[in-house]
Design a protein around this ligand. Structure first.
Ligand SMILES: [Zn+2]
Length: 81
């Protein structure tokens, strides 16, 4: 399984074919995993990826499955399984 590689930062354009953009605003975006990419934290396939350039983030509702968090120099990534 190909794993989402964030060792050199996250660039959505590297995964244009594999991640589907769901929502986007000035500092963040939510993407769906449509090619079975593996999570950079645990290696398992994830369902959705949230990316933000903000230093902190809040979610009003929690997903049902496990969550992993990873960071790059510029972004915070939250992966829902
Ligand atoms: Zn994970």
């Amino acid at each position: 399984m190909e794993r989402l590689d964030v060792s050199d930062g996250f660039d959505v354009h590297d995964y244009r074919a594999k991640l589907k953009l769901l929502t986007q605003d000035a500092d963040s975006m939510q993407l769906a995993n449509r090619e079975g990419l593996g999570c950079p934290a645990c290696g398992r396939e994830f369902e959705k990826l949230f990316v933000t350039e903000d230093d902190s983030v809040s979610f009003d509702a929690a997903p049902n499955g496990p969550i992993c968090v990873t960071r790059t120099a510029e972004e915070l990534l939250v992966l829902a399984h």
